[in-house]
Design a protein around this ligand. Structure first.
Ligand code: ZN
Ligand code: ZN
Length: 262
């Protein structure tokens, strides 16, 4: 945990590389320090912490660390990942999942940036649908990669907002409505990737199962209306060419092109 030390004391060594005055680390601090991704950690090395039970984690971020340890222990076990931990409430558990989704979606966006450009994708589309970006004063026709970055930034900012989410232990009732709008918009990132950058989607999904996890979360906690799920889903994604029979095109999709501003 980085601390800014303000000191007017003479002879205070302000060198950035100087060691702090030695203070014995408590076991909690040392445990926590081991459970952080250091700057520059490679994607495949990130979150490689040993599995620990929720009771073992003594931290304000216990639920996040617990979720991350579940993912690393067995990210294919979708039911276990979304199952509400004993003693937790649904709202905080969904909150941690959404935060984690935003964190990991950044890795997909990095992959997409290699081929999703203003030229290749001048509009945010997924199959026949087109979406306007809600990150602006008025819904804006951002190109796909801008939409994706703006939407992910917007979701991250909202989830980190002290106004709407002042505590990670208890979520205000009035903030719960944001879950569905966040989930619906983040879903479009996967949808764009699936319909327009299939190889990137599949390579990423085979490695991370992020879409499968998101879909399970959405299904379990009813975050996205079924008729908005336009990606033909296959559990293992290894035969994507034959999935088109599952496409559900529902024209009752009322926020396409006119996403509500919140
Ligand atoms: Zn694109
Ligand atoms: Zn935008």
């Amino acid at each position: 945990m980085a601390e800014t030390i303000l000191s007017n004391e003479p002879n205070h060594d302000t060198s950035e590389t100087s060691k702090p005055t030695s203070k014995p680390q408590t076991s909690t601090e040392s445990k926590r320090s081991l459970r952080r991704n250091r700057p520059g950690t490679k994607h495949e090395d990130a979150y490689q912490f040993p599995y620990i039970s929720l009771e073992q984690i003594d931290s304000a971020f216990a639920l996040q660390e617990y979720l991350q340890s579940l993912i690393r222990a067995d990210k294919d076990n979708l039911d276990a990942l979304v199952e509400l931990p004993p003693g937790q409430d649904q709202e905080t558990w969904q909150y941690e999942h959404l935060r984690q989704l935003c964190l990991e979606l950044n890795y997909l966006v990095v992959q997409l940036e290699a081929e999703c450009t203003r030229q290749s994708c001048p509009e945010m589309k997924a199959d026949e649908w087109q979406y306007l970006c809600a990150a602006h004063q008025a819904p804006t026709n951002c190109c796909a990669i801008d939409y994706i970055v703006h939407t992910l930034d917007g979701a991250t900012t909202l989830l980190n907002s002290h106004k709407y989410f002042p505590s990670r232990i208890s979520i205000p009732e009035t903030s719960l409505k944001h879950y569905q709008s966040i989930a619906r918009r983040l879903y479009r990132i996967f949808a764009h990737a699936w319909f327009h950058h299939r190889e990137i989607f599949e390579a990423f999904e085979n490695e991370n199962m992020l879409y499968a996890r998101f879909l399970k979360l959405s299904d379990r906690y009813e975050l996205i209306a079924k008729n908005l799920l336009i990606i033909p889903y296959n559990n293992n994604f290894d035969d994507s060419s034959n999935n088109d029979n599952h496409i559900n095109h529902n024209n009752n999709c009322d926020d396409v092109l006119t996403p509500s501003m919140e």
